[in-house]
Design a protein around this ligand. Structure first.
Ligand code: ADP
Ligand code: MG
Length: 322
C-alpha cells in the first residue's frame, strides 16, 4: 500500500509556548518499501508516525493509505486508528507480561471476536513466521529481549495489516542483539512484501535496514533517497553530516569538466565527483568521509588529492585505527 502525505502540520501547545512538531510535511511512501524516517531526537519522527496511525490529529493536511483518504483537515475526514488497517511496533516491547506468547499474539484477533479455530490458525502461522513455534505456552516474561521483540512483531503482523509501522523498536536492546534483530527484521520485512515505515535516530540502522531513507530535521523532511544515494550524494549539508562521519570543508569551485569538479579550500585544490552543474566561483561544501582518506609516509607529490599532514592522535578501535 502506498502512503501519501500532503502538507501535514502539527503543533503542540505547552507551557504557553507553541511547538511546531511537523512543518508542512509532504511525502510519498511507495508500496512494499522499507521506508525509514531518520533524524535527531525531537525532530518530529514519532509525531509523523502517530499522524499516519491516527493516534494524533494534525492541524493541517491530508493522508492517504492505499488510495483511501484517512485524514483531511479541509474535508473534515478522520478515520480512527482501528479502521486504518495498520500494525505497529513500539520502542518499549509493549507485550503483556501476565500473558503467555499465544495470548499476546492472539490479542488483536480476540478483540475482534474472531472464531477460536481461526485465531489459532492465524497465530500458529505468524509464530512460525517469526520463528517462535513451540513457544505458545511460555510466559512472556520468560523470553529473551530479542524473543520479546519478535512477539511484538508477531502481534503487529497477526491481523495481516496493509502497512506496518515501527517506532525505534530496537533501541532497548543491547548492541549485539540490536544488530542481530535488525538483520532478522530486514529478512522478515523483505519476505512479507509489505509497506513498512520505520522510525530511528540511528543512522546505521537506517542504512542497513531501509530501501528508502528520509532524513528529517526540525519538523521537516530534508531529503529522501536510497541509502547509497543519501550517503554518497546528499544534496544537503545537514544530511551529509547526519548520515555518516564526515569532514565538511568550505570551498570555492574553480572548474568543472563533465562530472569532475575542482574546488579550492583550506587544504588546497581538491578534485571531486559531482553530477550537479556548478560554475567557477560557486561557494560549496566539500564532504570528505574519513574512510576514503589513505595515509602514506613522506612528502606529498604532485598527484591529485594528495596533501601534507601531521598525525595528531591515533586511536585503536579494533577493526581500524582512527
Ligand atoms: P522524535 O520522535 O523525532 O524524537 P517527537 O515527534 O516525539 O520527536 O517530538 C517532536 C517535537 O514535539 C519535540 O519538540 C517534542 O518535545 C514535541 N512534542 C511531542 N509530543 C508532545 C506533546 N504531547 N506535547 C507537547 N510537545 C510535544
Ligand atoms: Mg520518537
Amino acid at each position: 500500500m502506498e502512503i501519501k502525505i500532503k502538507n501535514v502540520s502539527k503543533y503542540y501547545y505547552s507551557g504557553g509556548k507553541t511547538i511546531k512538531a511537523l512543518d508542512n510535511v509532504s511525502l510519498s511512501i511507495p508500496a512494499n518499501q522499507i521506508f525509514t524516517l531518520l533524524g535527531p531526537s525531537g525532530c518530529g519522527k514519532t509525531t509523523l508516525l502517530r499522524c499516519i496511525v491516527g493516534l494524533e490529529a494534525p492541524d493541517t493536511g491530508e493522508i492517504e493509505i492505499g488510495g483511501e483518504m484517512v485524514l483531511s483537515t479541509e474535508k473534515d475526514i478522520f478515520v480512527p486508528t482501528e479502521n486504518r488497517g495498520l500494525g505497529m511496533v513500539f520502542q518499549t516491547y509493549a507485550i503483556w507480561p501476565h500473558m503467555n506468547v499465544f495470548n499476546n499474539v492472539a490479542y488483536p484477533l480476540q478483540t475482534r471476536k474472531m472464531p477460536k479455530d481461526e485465531i489459532r490458525r492465524k497465530v500458529d502461522k505468524t509464530l512460525r513466521f517469526v520463528q517462535l513455534e513451540g513457544f505458545e505456552d511460555r510466559p512472556a516474561t520468560k523470553l529473551s529481549g530479542g524473543q520479546q521483540q519478535r512477539v511484538a512483531l508477531a502481534r503487529a503482523l497477526v491481523a495481516e495489516p496493509k502497512v506496518i509501522l515501527f517506532d525505534e523498536p530496537l533501541s532497548n536492546l543491547d548492541a549485539k542483539l540490536r544488530e542481530e534483530t535488525r538483520e532478522e527484521l530486514r529478512a522478515f520485512l523483505t519476505d512479507l512484501q509489505i509497506t513498512a515505515v520505520y522510525v530511528t535516530h540511528d543512522r546505521i540502522e537506517a542504512l542497513a535496514l531501509s530501501t528508502i531513507v528520509a532524513v528529517m530535521n526540525k519538523g521537516r523532511i530534508i531529503e529522501a533517497g536510497a541509502p547509497r544515494d543519501i550517503y554518497f550524494n546528499a544534496s544537503h549539508r545537514f544530511v551529509a553530516d547526519f548520515i555518516g562521519r564526515t569532514n565538511l570543508i568550505e570551498a570555492t569551485v574553480t572548474s568543472q569538466e563533465g562530472s569532475v569538479t575542482t574546488v579550492d579550500c583550506a587544504i588546497g585544490s581538491v578534485t571531486c565527483r559531482k553530477q550537479t552543474r556548478m560554475t567557477p566561483g560557486d561557494q560549496v561544501t566539500l564532504c570528505l568521509r574519513p574512510e576514503f582518506i589513505r595515509l602514506k609516509r613522506g612528502d606529498a607529490t604532485q598527484n591529485q588529492n594528495v596533501f601534507n599532514g601531521q598525525i595528531q592522535s591515533l586511536v585503536f578501535i579494533g577493526e581500524a585505527y582512527e
